[in-house]
Design a protein around this ligand. Structure first.
Ligand SMILES: [Zn+2]
Length: 177
């Protein structure tokens, strides 16, 4: 189990800022009528609210994205993207984020299917922030995988048995994903 968690580095405020960078990079645009005739109108938690001066509707940074109406904060989504990229199983992601298996499952399904620019670019930005711990994660994963048997005198059958156990475990993990 890793000692550090991507959530420690990802504040909701920072994630909201990244989402804005990605989402409005070509300017603020109304998600309902596509008008650029939009102005800021207060805040909704860490998110900005806007008013469309054409269709008069109110929206925020999340409106119209897969993160809209989610009961989970955006930082959980961002952390899940990282874990998913690292190849973690749904079960493990649910444990790392301390959410139910069903929530983690739905989250990952949406991330998987949300192949739009917003998800891809947001993930890139999040990766930059959590880069130091990503390196740590990858090292840890490698240590788990590599078994150096060169200096140990272990009966061949025992090694084969161990390798078979690992193979079955990997197979199980793969199927879970
Ligand atoms: Zn509009």
């Amino acid at each position: 189990m890793p000692q550090i968690n991507p959530l420690d580095l990802l504040t909701e405020e920072k994630c909201a800022e990244l989402l804005r960078e990605v989402r409005w990079k070509n300017g603020l645009k109304c998600p309902y009528c596509n008008s650029f005739n939009v102005r800021r109108r207060g805040k909704y938690g860490d998110y900005f609210k806007y008013e469309c001066l054409d269709c008069k509707r109110i929206f925020n940074d999340k409106t119209g994205t897969i993160f809209y109406k989610s009961h989970l904060p955006l930082r959980y989504w961002c952390a899940a993207m990282i874990y998913y990229d690292l190849g973690y199983s749904i079960l493990r992601i649910s444990r790392e984020l301390n959410i139910s298996y069903d929530s983690a499952y739905r989250l990952i399904q949406k991330i998987k299917n949300g192949d739009d620019e917003i998800v891809i670019e947001l993930k890139e930005k999040v990766c930059e922030i959590v880069e130091p711990i990503l390196t740590h994660f990858k090292k840890e994963e490698k240590q788990e995988e590599i078994i150096d048997v060169s200096d140990v005198e272990v009966p061949r059958e025992a090694i084969n048995f161990m390798l078979e156990l690992i193979r079955v475990d990997l197979e199980k993990r793969k199927n879970k994903n």
